[in-house]
Every structure is written in C-alpha cells, then in structure tokens.
Write a protein that binds this ligand. Structure first.
Ligand code: NDP
Ligand code: 8X3
Length: 253
C-alpha cells in the first residue's frame, strides 16, 4: 500500500520539490497552500503517475479555523498520514529591530509558529489513532544563530526548534518521530517574498556562490522519512558548501 505525506506550502520552493520527490517514489500526497491555481497545476502534474493519489487542499496555515476545518474534514482514506511536513513559512522584510514593521512580525509569527502549531495539532490526532507518524518541521540556520536584521524571523525559527524538541518528548508515547530540518540559504521564492517582490535584490542574495537547491532538501527529507521505524534523525543543519552558518558565506565576488 502506498504511504501518504501531508505537505504545507507545496506551491513553491521546498514544499513543491518535496511533493515531486515523494510522488516520484509512489507516495500519495496531500499538497496545501493558499495559491489554488498553483496547487491545481502541481496536482495535475503529479497525477500523471497513475499509481498514486493526490489531494490539493487550499488553506492559510495562519487561519486557525481554516486549518482545523480542512484537516478535520478529511475523508477516511486520507487520514492515515505517515509523514507531515510543516514547511509553509516566510520571512517578511529584513530590517533592524527598531525599523521593522509590526505587521511583518505578526505575519511571521502567525505563519511560522502558530500555523505550524495548528497543523501539527490537527494531524497528530490521526497519527495517534494509527499509533505512528513522523513530523518534519522546517527550521532554519536562522533558528540556530540570530543575525543582524533577522530579529523576528530568527525568533520564529528558534521557536520551531523549541517546538520540535517539545513534540519529540511529548509524542514519545504515540510512536511519533519528530525531525527538525534546518537549511541555510536556498534559492527558492523565499528572498523574493522577504524583499517584497524586488527581483534584483532577491537575485543578489544568491550571487557569487552556489546556494542549496530545493531538491537538495527534498532528497534529505526523503532519506529521513524512509529510515527504519526504530531510527529517528532528530535535528539536521544543511548548508551549501560555501556557507558555514548564518554569518559566514564565501562568495567569489
Ligand atoms: P517559498 O517562498 O518558495 O515557499 C513558501 C511556501 O510557503 C509557499 O508554498 C507558500 O504558499 C507557503 N506559505 C507561506 N505562507 C503561507 C500561509 N500563510 N499559509 C499557507 N501556506 C503558506 O520559500 P521556501 O520554499 O524557501 O520556504 C519554505 C520554508 O523553508 C519556510 O518555512 C522558510 O522559512 C524555510 N527556509 C527557507 C530557506 C531558504 O533559504 N529558502 C532556508 C531555511 C528555511 P502560498 O503562498 O501558495 O500560500
Ligand atoms: C532562510 C535562511 O539565512 O535567510 O531561513 O535566514 S536565512
């Protein structure tokens, strides 16, 4: 029988690459995000593999009622979720603390922290019923070291790290694995979103070195998700070879 993965933020970047990887390995996929058209075209693409089922679900992870309505209304055939990927998230703005926007702070906390909590809470109910599961939370190197102008984005990823540790402890009786994957710079739509659509500035973030690709993270997550039941990778920091941590990236120019 095919396994099932539930991925938040599958319309772009890591989430899309994770959906493509798992679908290519014959996993059924629940793909979620706010942009309906993107989800529909990804669903059509993945459905070319006739041996799997794909379910696109449109909801905003930061909207508590939307999250619980979408997940609690899943049909029985979709409730046996083997792996949950809490990936939906963003950085909004890059400013020193005193000049940052409070709206941006709220968006990041509502999405990266509260959204992850809501989705986890709803999906864990199904995992408990099946007496097994695996939650993969996408943290960041920003959740390991705070950098200048990172303030609340970093705080939100430190929270993802703390929540992952808490879930790992509290979910032990339910046979649920928890892995926190912390990538460094990866070229997705992340910088375009962070820099409010400024394509030139977003491109410049990745100049002078080869950043991670979304597929790199998808491949590592596939490895983590397919280890034997008694093995759990708890925490991973993954950077491109040119990056040491949040502070040091070796650039050609
Ligand atoms: P992208 O911008 O390419 O993708 C972000 C995804 O999150 C989109 O699918 C978007 O879907 C979804 N999303 C954002 N807000 C919401 C929301 N309120 N409700 C539902 N979905 C939402 O960026 P990445 O793929 O790079 O980012 C994925 C995760 O990886 C994030 O948590 C990010 O913080 C983290 N990360 C990224 C790194 C990088 O350098 N790229 C490094 C380390 C961590 P839609 O807009 O359709 O809702
Ligand atoms: C994304 C990586 O370095 O922009 O989490 O914080 S960074």
């Amino acid at each position: 029988m095919n396994k099932t993965i539930f991925i938040t933020g599958a319309t772009s970047g890591f989430g899309k690459a994770i959906a493509e990887k798992f679908a290519s390995e014959n996993w059924n996929c629940i793909i979620t995000g706010r942009r309906k058209e993107r989800l529909e075209s990804l669903s059509a693409l993945l459905s070319l593999n006739k041996s799997i089922k794909i379910l696109p679900l449109v909801f905003d992870v930061s909207k508590r009622d939307e999250v619980f309505a979408a997940i609690n209304n899943l049909k029985d055939e979709w409730r046996n979720i083997d792996v949950l990927i809490n990936n939906a998230g963003l950085a909004a703005g890059r400013n020193v603390f005193d000049e940052a926007s409070v709206d941006d702070w709220e968006t990041m906390i509502d999405t990266n922290v509260k959204g992850l909590l809501y989705v986890s809470k709803a999906v864990i109910e199904f995992m408990k019923q099946h007496k097994k599961g695996h939650i993969v939370n996408i943290g960041s190197t920003a959740g390991k070291e705070v950098y200048k102008e990172g303030n609340v984005y970093c705080a939100s990823k430190f929270a993802v790290n703390a929540i992952s540790q808490a879930q790992r402890i509290d979910l032990l009786p339910h046979n649920i694995k928890v892995t926190c994957v912390n990538p460094g710079a990866a070229e997705t739509e992340f910088s375009l979103v962070r820099l409010k659509g400024d394509e030139q500035k977003a491109k410049a973030v990745y100049e002078g070195y080869e950043p991670l690709h979304a597929e790199d993270i998808a491949n590592v997550i596939y490895y983590c998700a397919t280890l034997p039941q008694h093995v759990c990778i708890n925490d991973l920091v993954i950077t491109c070879t040119a990056q040491a941590n949040s502070f040091y990236t070796y650039k050609d120019k």
